[in-house]
Write a protein that binds this ligand. Structure first.
Ligand code: MG
Length: 301
């Protein structure tokens, strides 16, 4: 099932389910799931509730399905995350190499047996169609990173699983994130936090696809186009550390709250890896695509 957050005719942020037959959006409150926003749904809906909701998305006769997606503003699925977004650095081999080629000092892992974790502040997450601010007064090296975002469906603490596929029950769904990065800030400061956290640096969307719809572990084609030119072209099965490793490792000493967003790293093909390095400028259109989820398109302004 695909879930979206959109602005209704009265300017209210609303959660909707996308009908799988006709593509129309139905506000989920009309299926008996009142919720204030996506975070509220994630916290309160059981797997059974989601199954019921999913059943509705295969029916066309429900009067709720009247909203043409082109007629409303689609927002990011979670426009205001409750916490910083958890990020993986250097989680695809060829990207790790291109990053080290750009700055060995800033992009070399201390121990290849352990993932690089960092965080990203996201006060407001833009949806597809909303701009990426250029921040020309702060950075001259603006870059993109297409990533699979994993959204957790319950609080997780000290998770141990006998079978990796059981992790699927803990995942609410997936979306696309562009982990926009200011490379000059990222390399100038010892930690990446500032260079990753400028306002508007975390576009996500266009929808959440629920975990049940995607085979686990997800094997989804991932691509980025800049002004129509293919830059990144990989698959989520190329991650060095998979979602199982990430979630179980983090949860050993940290409670991961329901609604936590984890972005799983980007493959080769970012601007700093080009020869010569090529950064985003005003007017550039960045399209991040992941199979099954769709396209996240943002213009630098
Ligand atoms: Mg990243």
């Amino acid at each position: 099932m695909r879930l979206v957050t959109y602005m209704d005719a009265d300017g209210r942020e609303t959660v909707g389910a996308v009908n799988r037959l006709n593509g129309k959006i139905g506000p989920i409150s009309e299926f008996g799931f009142p919720c204030t926003d996506m975070n509220d749904l994630i916290e309160r809906a059981s797997l059974r509730d989601l199954d019921d909701l999913e059943w509705h998305t295969a029916q066309t006769d429900h009067p709720a399905y009247r909203i043409d997606p082109a007629s409303v503003k689609i927002l990011a699925p979670i426009p205001v995350p409750r916490q910083d977004v958890i990020c993986l650095g250097l989680n695809y081999r060829a990207h790790s190499d291109e990053a080290a080629g750009y700055s060995r000092e800033a992009f070399t892992t201390k121990d290849p047996e352990y993932p690089v974790y960092f965080a990203k502040r996201a006060n407001y997450v833009q949806g597809s169609g909303e701009p990426i601010p250029a921040h020309e007064d702060v950075t001259q090296k603006l870059d993109y990173e297409c990533e699979l975002a994993v959204i957790l469906n319950r609080d997780i603490h000290k998770l141990h699983l006998d079978k990796p596929e059981k992790l699927r029950k803990y995942i609410f769904g997936y979306t696309i994130c562009n982990d926009v990065s200011a490379r000059d800030l990222q390399t100038r400061h010892t930690q990446w936090y500032l260079g990753k956290s400028l306002d508007g640096f975390t576009p996500m969307g266009p929808c959440i696809i629920t975990a049940k719809e995607v085979a686990y572990p997800p094997k989804l084609k991932l691509q980025t186009y800049v002004n129509g030119q293919l830059r990144q072209d990989s698959c989520t099965d190329q991650m060095i550390f998979d979602i199982n490793r990430i979630v179980t490792e983090l949860s050993q000493g940290m409670t991961l709250k329901a609604g936590t967003i984890i972005i799983t790293g980007t493959p080769k093909g970012v601007g700093m890896g080009m020869d010569p390095p090529t950064f985003l400028k005003k007017g550039d259109v960045v399209e991040c695509r992941i199979e099954e989820i769709g396209s996240l398109i943002n213009t630098v302004e």
